[in-house]
Design a protein around this ligand. Structure first.
Ligand code: AP5
Ligand code: MG
Length: 202
């Protein structure tokens, strides 16, 4: 199973990719988290991407293409994976086609007001990057401390949504001729959305 999961901010890409990863025993490859690790470790890539990321812009494709290629070469990704957050632009989709064949593209959709509401309330684990709602006190996966991402303010979410609608959503048309796209209503509960994804993949 080689899966790409797409959707606007807060649609639950990360939440659902985690569940898919556990169900199929395949790695969850989350480009946002991989990029944030580079920033935390102050690597060369981290220095290039920090500013655009904190403003809600897309980072330069060279940075993220390289990260994805290296991650897909790791042994655990050989039997399948679920990629969350990549591709986000036509150039990235074309690059991905040069390194692997995708079996399914899941598009989880929600309206903008739900995006802003969910993202404003999101808490992320400092240790393992798991995400929770506003009432969580510590990470239910590893017990780690929770924090609010700097790019999770309503203003920056609107900027990120603009990039999604203008650059990422058109990729649905790119994949459509291959008949691998499944558009899922993301407005239900986590369990309801997961059920719809499992039905689409079966
Ligand atoms: P990234 O970290 O990928 O952020 P994003 O795309 O903006 O998506 P989010 O992580 O905000 O949303 P999500 O859909 O994963 O929602 P989640 O499951 O957490 O990227 C960050 C930045 O990195 C980008 O802005 C860009 O700068 C850069 N970047 C990354 N990839 C790049 C690329 N390929 N090219 C260029 N730049 C790149 O859920 C959100 C909240 O809602 C949580 O609190 C969750 O608990 C809750 N929730 C989830 N599902 C439900 C539900 N069904 N009901 C109620 N609550 C729910
Ligand atoms: Mg995410």
């Amino acid at each position: 199973m080689k899966i790409v999961i797409m959707g606007p901010q807060g649609s639950g890409k990360g939440t659902q990719a985690d569940l898919i990863s556990k169900r199929f025993s395949i790695p969850h490859i989350d480009t946002g988290s991989l990029l944030r690790e580079h920033i935390a470790k102050k690597t060369e890539i981290g220095k290039i991407i920090e500013k655009p990321m904190m403003k809600g812009e897309l980072v330069p494709p060279e940075a993220v293409d390289k990260i994805i290629k290296l991650r897909l070469e790791e042994p655990d990704a050989k039997k399948g994976f679920v990629i969350d957050g990549y591709p986000r632009q036509l150039e990235q989709a074309e690059f991905l086609d040069t390194v692997t064949d995708i079996d399914a593209v899941i598009v989880v959709d929600i309206p903008e007001d739900i995006s802003v509401k969910r993202i404003s309330g999101r808490r992320t684990c400092r240790k393992c990057a798991a995400v929770f709602g506003p009432d969580a006190k510590k990470c239910a996966e590893c017990g780690g401390e929770l924090f609010q991402r700097k790019d999770d303010t309503p203003e920056i979410v609107k900027e990120r949504l603009k990039h999604y609608r203008e650059e990422t959503e058109p990729l649905v048309e790119y994949y459509k001729p291959r008949e691998i796209v499944h558009v899922i209503d993301g407005t239900g509960t986590v369990e309801e959305v997961f059920k719809l994804i499992m039905q689409a993949l079966s």
